[in-house]
Every structure is written in structure tokens, then in C-alpha cells.
Design a protein around this ligand. Sequence first.
Ligand SMILES: Cc1cc2nc3c(=O)[nH]c(=O)nc-3n(C[C@H](O)[C@H](O)[C@H](O)COP(=O)(O)O)c2cc1C
Length: 179
Amino acid sequence: MDFLELVTIRQSDRSYTDRALEPEKLERILECARLAPSACNAQPWHLIVVDDEDKRHKIAEAASSRALGMNHFSWEAPVQIVIVEEKPNFTSKAGGWIKKKHFPLMDIGIVAEHICLAAAAEGLGSCMIGWFNEAKVRNTLGVPDSKRIPLIITIGYTDKLVRKKLRKNADEIITRNHY
Ligand SMILES: Cc1cc2nc3c(=O)[nH]c(=O)nc-3n(C[C@H](O)[C@H](O)[C@H](O)COP(=O)(O)O)c2cc1C
């Protein structure tokens, strides 16, 4: 599979089967996460792999809302990866202060996409979740109150077919040599 094909089949999968995730696949996905780039190589993340049923359900409870119809699929996923934002190193922090940019969130976006693309390469579905009760997730996993949790990623086998992507046209988002 070439890279364009991989990017095309990666999609937010919001339904998972009962099939368990093979540990070696999960290890390869985590290795792809570990190799992700970051500003000044700060790697300002901690990844919590949640596969314990009780904890998974607590995370799903924190991420889903029956009333809003949000994130109910999170109950089905056999694995959730919870990304905790860690302090960047001095150079990333100083560079971010000088240039008024918060590099850790960019870095976390990149590590998250590494995880989702790696999952797709392994024949797995995934979905990033940004809408959840952070305090409940923190409580469930023993994350200190001082730390932010920007994203959770669900991973598992899905029976959903690859959908056509809904995206802006290239001429709406790309120009050459001027804004
Ligand atoms: C930062 C971020 C947060 C997201 N949060 C949620 C979420 O809470 N629930 C959800 O169902 N999808 C969530 N998504 C998935 C997006 O809705 C999805 O990526 C987008 O609609 C494009 O569809 P695709 O991923 O299938 O290509 C999130 C995606 C990103 C990048």
C-alpha cells in the first residue's frame, strides 16, 4: 500500500467488532507513535494504553453523551489510547514563548495521526476523540490535575467500509506563491 492509499483508507471509525486486537499490532502502532517528530524533539506526551475493561468503560462514560449522541462507539473499542500533554523541553518552551506558539499541541496532533495511520496500516479502525470529560478521565487513570488530556484515540477492528472523504477542494485551500 503506498502512502496516498494509506491516507485515503484512514478514517474515523465509529463502530468496532468484538475481535480482540493482537498485541504485536498494538506494539507496532505504539512504536510508530514513539517515532513521531516534535518541536525541538521535546516529545511532550505520555500515552496511556487502556485495555482494562472496567477502565475502558469509565473512559467511554466520560467521552459519551446519550443526550447529544456523542461518542457512543467508545464503549465498543477494545483499546483506547489516552494522550496526556507533558511539559516540553526548555528549547521548545522558549521557542514557543518567543514565537507565541504552543508547540506541544501541534506535537500531540502529529503523534495522534501517526497512531491512526499506523492503525490503518495494520487493518484496524481508529477515531480521535477530543470531546470528553477530562476530569473524569484524569480521575480514572490517576493523571494529576495539573496535566491536560488533549485527545483519546479508540482502536479496534471495524466492519465499516471505507467512505469517500468529505473535504474542501484543493483550490479552496491551496494557493501558489501568494495567500
Ligand atoms: C482533534 C480532533 C478531535 C476529534 N474529536 C472527535 C470526537 O470527539 N468524536 C468524534 O466522533 N470524532 C472526532 N474527531 C474526528 C473528526 O470528526 C474526523 O476526523 C473528521 O470529521 C474527518 O473525518 P475522517 O476522520 O473520517 O476522515 C476528531 C478529530 C480530530 C482531529
